[in-house]
Design a protein around this ligand. Sequence first.
Ligand SMILES: [Zn+2]
Length: 463
Amino acid sequence: MQFDTLIQNGIIATATDTYASDLGISGGKIVALGQNLPADAASHVVDAAGNYIIPGGIDVHTHLDMPFGGTKSADDFESGTIAAAFGGTTTLIDFAIQQKGQTLRNALDTWWKKADGKAVIDYGFHCIVTDLPDARLEEMKSLAGEGVTSFKLFMAYPGIFMVEDALIFKAMLTASDSGSMICMHAENGGAIDVIVRRALAEGKTAPKYHALTRPTTAEAEATGRAIALAEMAGSPVYIVHLSCSEALEKVREARDRGLPVYAETCPQYLYLSIENFDVPGFEGAKYVFTPPLREKWHQERLWKGLAADQLQVVSTDHCPFCYKEQKELGKDDFTKIPNGGPGIEHRLSLVFTGGVHGGRFPVNRFVEMVSTAPARLFGLYPRKGTIAVGSDADLVIFDPNLEQVISAATHHMRVDYSMFEGIKVKGAPRQVLSRGRLLIDNGKFVGRAGHGEFVKRQRYSLQ
Ligand SMILES: [Zn+2]
């Protein structure tokens, strides 16, 4: 058997197994697994001794080249996917935003253009729905047949993204008929808006008030309401960026009842807390994103939720805005600070460090939450999200002992600060391959813009 690439001496780790094996790649696919595969039949040999070989990371929550409040997120599909690749992510699902009155297809056309020719890793899109007359319901169904099998709705940001319960319920009924997933931003936007206006009237304009005006109860209430609507509609629901124990309780209770309810959290909620706002001047703006940072005790609750499969996925909600000139738009009013933080690059290292080295879960559970579960939930499995003959050769040679200190001085995201500045991680990619092609080689980017392709995703199923 001829191989384009043969990876030798590594330890393969999937969501279920850990074993020593060589791995042969041909035509961008994994074509052979086994001991002592013949090296003379390979054009290129990679020695993975001392490293894990894991399926490429899948980040199902990113916002590249996204307009927000008169500016746009600082990474485009080229710089953002290069940073993702450095961190071991080989597929992402970004969000195409429907403007009010626009068709869903228009929204997708806009985002297809943003990504085309730029992305260095494969990508798909969820469609953010802001306006849903009955004609759009048919469009949801037809898009599901074209590989856009998930839609995101907001229960927050009144006047911009927020939609009412009837629209959510109609979208969920349609999703349940057509095999789509509804992703939900769960916060009670109406109540938060009242709290925010009151704070501003009292002259509370500093960045920390972004966090103090968005209580955990607002997230828990909306999470519970989203679950109830999904239960009535007979649809699955996926709660994005879950940040607190109270919301996690709603998800846990629903899953205990056997409902198809899923949730993700993000590294910022595992590593950062409201204490990050104790910084001089306006610097707290670096941590303004939604939902906000919580009190520190929530972190351990979220780690436990990940270990126990109450939370299924870690994504990043990568939505970078530079501190200078972008975050500064809200210097006198926290409501004008662009919401979002940079995180696409360090997801695997942060979760591996706190989860596996931290003794909270084994390497297999780590692989499951950063790759396999997102692939299953969003219609990419088994093409992606695992290591098996026939799967795409999206692979990370991951050194469990490689130590790094996260810093804006060395990261590859196009943003002038890091949320995780100074945090030491242990465990990082040595090499990263997308469909058999080397993207990252020991700290050097060796891929090319335009290598990444749009991936048509399958419909959601309970299997
Ligand atoms: Zn987001």
